[in-house]
Design a protein around this ligand. Structure first.
Ligand code: NAI
Length: 386
């Protein structure tokens, strides 16, 4: 039973995870090197909880209870009684392994040590410990208190009983768990790549402009944001880096190839909303071009992006990255897709997906458009995912 949770790193993710654990009733010690960061985290929590009180979601007692459960510290030694420590510091293998080596001698033998990494190998992080079997990935999504999904990633070294305990704990915290294999991007950051990559490719080919592609995915597909709006929201620097990391980690598989268009925007400082300019101009009074609301063009764009997403999801299942249910949960609960991609494949028709992917392959003769063997086999056998 996990009752005391240590969190290292009080930035965006660490602060959010602390709120989740304390809301569920755990004692939390939030640790950061920097006192200013801790003060800011405490102040942010005060604001967030006050807003929840105003909205009537929690009362003043509940707010005080949550705040009372979180202690703030600049000394890692204060984590010595924790049953679970989650690290949410800078995304660097070198820094993470140093912190884990510092932490391990301080905690008890049964303490589980977890990483919130988005892109590093959990096995490589676990290998820095004397007891790597106590380590696994617990990947929250931003903002952690709002996003329902948590990917749990056992490394090759992880003891199954630790995975079981964490899966139960995270469910008790009110989250939806998707179990994922320790491979680049886990589920969400792998399966979502074509949403950005194929949209960029359509733009680069001159098939449609930015607002039209966004319009197509929103109106035809029911996505809350178009790919370009979403890249501007995430930040073109951040989104480009994730794509490049996944591309490298997959030994340069062309399916994950990053785009020069996004690289140039990032280099130009057109990072999106945070810099006032990205694919769109966010400065006050700026005029952005209108979408061309052409039905046939919209359908073509949406179908192309959708079948590429389905191909990626199907391939993740084919390679045993996760179960079909977890792949669909990951995309609906981690990135708010309107439907799970495998359920969408059933609806669209597996044979139709194969035909659309084969048509793309015939046109481009690029490995990027290769159809996952599982889709072809299922189409031949007239099977569905669910
Ligand atoms: P952040 O930059 O907001 O926070 C990191 C914090 O760690 C900083 O406050 C820093 O002072 C602190 N820190 C650095 N070294 C430390 C040390 N040795 N001891 C104690 N504190 C230390 O970063 P963010 O965005 O919260 O990301 C943290 C981790 O979570 C990264 O691994 C990231 O890849 C991952 N992640 C980030 C998501 C996001 O959307 N921001 C989503 C999911 C995972």
């Amino acid at each position: 039973m996990i009752h005391q949770v240590g969190i290292i790193g009080a930035g965006t993710m660490g602060s959010g995870i602390a709120q989740v654990a304390a809301t569920a009733g755990c004692e939390v010690i939030l640790c950061d090197l920097n006192q200013t960061v801790l003060d800011a985290s405490k102040e942010k929590l005060e604001q967030v909880l006050s807003r929840l009180v105003v909205k009537g979601r929690i009362d003043a007692d509940e707010k005080a209870r949550i705040q009372g459960l979180i202690k703030y510290s600049t000394d890692i030694k204060d984590l010595s009684d924790a049953n679970l420590v989650i690290e949410a510091i800078v995304e660097s293998l070198e820094v993470k392994t140093k912190v884990f080596q510092q932490l391990e001698p301080l905690v008890g033998p049964d303490c589980i040590i977890a990483t919130n990494t988005s892109s590093l190998s959990v096995a490589a992080i676990a290998a820095s410990l004397v007891h790597p079997e106590r380590c696994l990935g617990i990947h929250f999504f931003n903002p952690a208190p709002l996003m329902k999904l948590v990917e749990v990633i056992p490394a090759v070294q992880t003891d199954q009983k630790n995975t079981d305990l964490i899966v139960q704990t995270i469910k008790d915290w009110g989250k939806v768990v998707a179990l994922a294999k320790d491979t680049p991007g886990f589920i969400v950051n792998r399966v979502a790549r074509p949403f950005y990559g194929e949209a960029l490719r359509i733009l680069e080919e001159g098939i449609a402009d930015v607002p039209t592609i966004d319009w197509a995915l929103k109106t035809k597909g029911g996505f809350r944001m178009g790919p370009f709006e979403l890249m501007d929201f995430i930040g073109n620097d951040v989104n480009y880096t994730v794509t490049e990391t996944v591309f490298r980690a997959f030994y340069y598989d062309p399916r994950y190839k990053p785009s020069f268009t996004q690289k140039r925007l990032s280099e130009a400082g057109y990072l999106g909303r945070k810099s006032g300019r990205g694919y769109y101009n966010y400065t006050e009074g700026a005029q952005n071009p209108e979408a061309t609301a052409d039905d046939a063009l919209g359908t073509l764009i949406f179908n192309r992006v959708l079948v590429m997403l389905i191909n990626e999801a199907a391939d993740a299942l084919y390679l045993n990255i996760a179960k079909a249910e977890d792949i669909d949960l990951a995309m609906t609960k981690g990135v708010n897709y309107p439907k799970g991609l495998l359920a969408w494949a059933d609806e669209f028709g597996i044979a139709n997906c194969v035909a659309a992917l084969d048509a793309l392959y015939d046109t481009y003769r690029e490995d990027r458009y290769r159809t996952s063997p599982i889709l072809r086999k299922m189409a031949e056998a007239n099977q569905t995912f669910f």
